[in-house]
Design a protein around this ligand. Structure first.
Ligand SMILES: *[C@@H]1O[C@H](CO)[C@@H](O)[C@H](O)[C@H]1NC(C)=O
Ligand SMILES: *[C@@H]1O[C@H](CO)[C@@H](O)[C@H](O)[C@H]1NC(C)=O
Length: 222
């Protein structure tokens, strides 16, 4: 169908596109409405974010975080450890729309396929050699091996992973445009939810028999 360029429909769709153009920043957490809002994680009320600690009780320490000074313990089944620097560990980030993680990897260690519902992610490798990969919503896989000083970006919500393919430990730092990016870790989300997703859903979804689902579940039972 050809729509004359002066039709009301055409003009409305142009207006709609124009309205959307100036607002790319809507893909991050909302802007703060004050200089700072140190999270009061103990507050009994719940808002979109955390209520602020009274300004009179704020100290310099609220703006600093030393959680990344220690190497993470990588003796988990994945051989990797994520130390979060998000609003829950560093309440000074509350409402500021940003956070970071420290990622430690044993040789062969994996940060398993996962996605962040509320943020894009960028990261830099500090030590070692990491295979970083993600998959688009069109199921296209992008990946690269990165060494110290090299950066990557994972667009918001896409499934991605990092794997240490070097012979030594690896270290990286990541940053998010959310104070609490959230993490959907696929193997745990699908096979270790409480309560469990029904077996017949998973056998049909993955086109395998129940014993395979049970075998995978058993790896995550603890
Ligand atoms: C929250 O509670 C903990 C322990 O009860 C306390 O140490 C901390 O200072 C409290 N934080 C705020 C912001 O009130
Ligand atoms: C790392 O964690 C494991 C088990 O969780 C523990 O046995 C080990 O002592 C820890 N290592 C260090 C250096 O803390």
């Amino acid at each position: 169908m050809i729509i004359p360029s002066t039709s009301p429909f055409h003009m409305l769709s142009c207006l709609f596109v124009l309205l959307l153009l100036p607002f790319p920043s809507f893909s991050a957490d909302p802007d703060p409405l004050q200089d700072f809002c140190i999270a009061n994680l103990n507050a009994s009320i719940s808002v979109n974010g955390f209520p602020c600690k009274p300004a009179s009780e704020v100290t310099s320490d609220d703006f600093f975080f030393d959680g990344f000074t220690k190497e993470g313990n990588t003796s988990s089944i994945f051989g990797a450890h994520i130390t979060p620097g998000n609003v829950l560990s560093f309440p000074g980030l509350n409402t500021l729309g940003m956070s970071m993680n420290r990622l430690d990897f044993a040789p062969g260690g994996l940060n398993p396929p996962h996605s962040h519902p509320r943020a894009s992610e960028t990261g830099v490798v500090v030590k070692g050699k990491l295979l970083v990969g993600f998959v688009t919503t069109g199921n296209v896989y992008h990946s690269k091996v990165l060494s110290a000083g090299e950066m990557f970006v994972i667009p918001r919500g896409l499934v991605h992973f990092q794997k240490n393919i070097g012979k030594k430990k690896a270290l990286a730092f990541t940053a998010f445009n959310s104070h609490l990016a959230g993490s959907v870790v696929l193997p745990l989300n699908i096979f270790a939810s409480k309560p469990s997703i029904p077996d017949d859903v998973l056998t049909k979804a993955f086109q395998v028999e129940e014993d395979i689902i049970d075998a995978i579940r058993s790896k995550f039972s603890s």
